[in-house]
Design a protein around this ligand. Structure first.
Ligand SMILES: Cc1cc2nc3c(=O)[nH]c(=O)nc-3n(C[C@H](O)[C@H](O)[C@H](O)COP(=O)(O)OP(=O)(O)OC[C@H]3O[C@@H](n4cnc5c(N)ncnc54)[C@H](O)[C@@H]3O)c2cc1C
Length: 455
């Protein structure tokens, strides 16, 4: 029998923490053996546990880590299509391919995620308004399904399974390999324009009128500002820089960026470290640190896309009780009113978030993919107790009433009754799931909690 280790497992939010049997297969053949043995009532794939909640957790059941499925398989210089095993991290792709003039087509706010995890959450980046999410750039993937068969899926071959797996939270099977189309770049730098807005209306107006001119667009939003400042933000919009935009000294090394030493948060901070006062002070400082407007600031890709990655284990800052990321999206027609209401509720209840990000989405295809046209807000919130869960439950009602949804890749608490309204293609997804995995060999704490699979 393949060996596993029974251990505590958690997501990036460190809430909840559960015990699971973790396998670390060293190749596709070993993954198939684990599946064939059927030792566990249920299995779920795991990348690097960067989903915040319980998507990659399986209490008292099996978790298959992709950490050793980490080989590059092929690269086509002509088309930019990279084929790699599903456990390869975005960091390794950047390390190898940026120096050759290629960049990821879509990236989240951390590079420590696997290709398999990126596909299963159908991740979005700062370019969603222009380039959609990860699945759009996937040519094909190989999926090990419950029967033991490996099925190649693309937008033309087994397309149903392609769209049920992209955003399908690991529940259709284990992705073994992914073919991803990279994008060519001329330098490793981004030219960034900053604008500081006075309130939500100005923020939304600038996004509506200007986002299309930029490849990347994101706003940091001061979620504790209230009254006439409600929704004040710093917009950070960028383009891949051309060589002639770089200062002279960088022009000799177009694809090299300075190496930043990593620092590690050595222990869990006390639970009280993040509180409305410390967050208010941070937000005030961050807002005023930025000028009203500044254009053409040359920044390397690492600082623009991954500002938090150089602080390893920064999730410890939120204390031993962990934190939640609350990420709803609202359609265009309700975005303004729903965002105002959400910010008001958070501000009134003094729910503190250092990291509050607002972003405009474009169209989307996957059956359970999170993005939809409209605005998404992402807030990191320390777990303080039952009162917080009650506030977020109330906000979920607003999300549903507004025609929006919550991102499952960040979630640890949404109730199952909201799922059909949040994900209107749920019934179609469930039909495909039932056809490919009638016995629910693949399930997770998330899938049982929100009713994607039987409890
Ligand atoms: C700091 C930070 C910033 C982030 N920013 C963004 C962002 O901007 N946009 C965004 O969309 N997300 C963002 N995320 C979330 C993150 O990108 C996703 O949760 C991603 O899926 C994590 O990848 P992982 O490899 O760690 O997967 P895990 O967290 O381990 O697993 C996530 C899901 O993928 C499934 N999975 C993993 N590997 C496989 C496989 N081989 N086959 C099938 N299923 C698999 C798991 O079952 C699980 O359902 C952010 C996370 C952090 C910590």
């Amino acid at each position: 029998m393949t060996t596993f280790k029974t251990m505590s497992v958690t997501g990036w939010g460190r809430y909840p923490v559960v015990s699971s049997d973790v396998f670390r297969p060293d190749g596709p053949r070993a993954v198939r053996e684990i599946l064939g043995e059927r030792h566990h009532a249920a299995l779920i794939a795991r990348g690097y546990g960067r989903s915040y909640g319980d998507a990659a957790l399986n209490t008292d059941r099996g978790v298959i880590s992709g950490e050793k499925l980490d080989r590059f398989l092929n690269f086509d210089e002509r088309t930019g299509v990279l084929t790699a095993e599903a456990g390869v991290r975005l960091k390794e792709i950047l390390d190898v391919f940026v120096p050759r003039g290629w960049f990821l087509p879509v990236t989240p706010g951390t590079k420590f995620v696997s290709l398999g995890g990126a596909l299963a959450c159908d991740i979005h980046g700062k370019n969603h308004h222009r380039d959609e999410s990860f699945s759009r750039h996937v040519e094909w993937f190989d999926l090990l399904v419950a029967s033991g068969e490996v099925i190649r899926c693309s937008k033309t071959e087994n397309a149903d399974l392609f769209w049920a797996t992209a955003g399908g939270m690991g529940l259709t099977g284990i992705v073994l390999a992914v073919a991803l189309k990279l994008q060519p770049i001329e330098t490793a730098y981004i030219s960034v324009d900053y604008v500081r807005t006075r309130d939500l209306d100005e923020t939304l107006e600038l996004c509506e009128s200007g986002d299309e001119r930029y490849h990347y667009s994101v706003c940091w939003i001061d979620c504790l500002a209230s009254g006439t400042s409600l929704g004040r933000s710093v917009l950070m919009r960028g383009e891949h820089a051309r060589p002639d935009q770089l200062p002279k000294k960088l022009q000799k090394h177009l694809f090299e960026i300075p190496h930043k030493p990593d620092v590690t948060v050595p222990f869990s901070f006390p639970n009280f470290a993040i509180n409305p006062l410390s967050v208010k002070a941070f937000n005030f400082g961050f807002y005023h640190k930025h000028p009203k407007e500044k254009t053409g600031v040359i920044t390397n890709y690492d600082s623009y896309f991954y500002p938090l990655d150089s602080v390893l284990e920064w999730n410890r800052v939120y204390g031993a009780r962990g934190f939640l990321q609350y990420q709803p999206v609202f359609p265009p027609e309700t975005s303004r009113s729903a965002l105002i209401k959400t910010l008001e509720v958070l501000s009134k209840n003094k729910v503190a978030s250092f990291l509050a990000v607002l972003k405009r989405f474009g169209p989307q295809e996957g059956l359970l993919s999170f993005p939809m046209p409209g605005y998404t807000l992402a807030l990191d919130i320390p777990v303080t107790g039952p009162g917080l869960f009650k506030i977020l439950d109330e906000l979920d009602e607003l999300v549903v009433a507004s025609g929006g949804r919550i991102y499952l890749g960040k979630d640890a608490r949404v109730r199952p009754e909201h799922m059909p309204a949040m994900y209107p293609k749920l019934a179609e997804w469930k039909r495909i799931k039932h056809d490919i995995d009638p016995e629910n060999v693949f399930s997770s704490d998330l899938s049982r909690r929100v009713g994607l699979t039987e409890r």
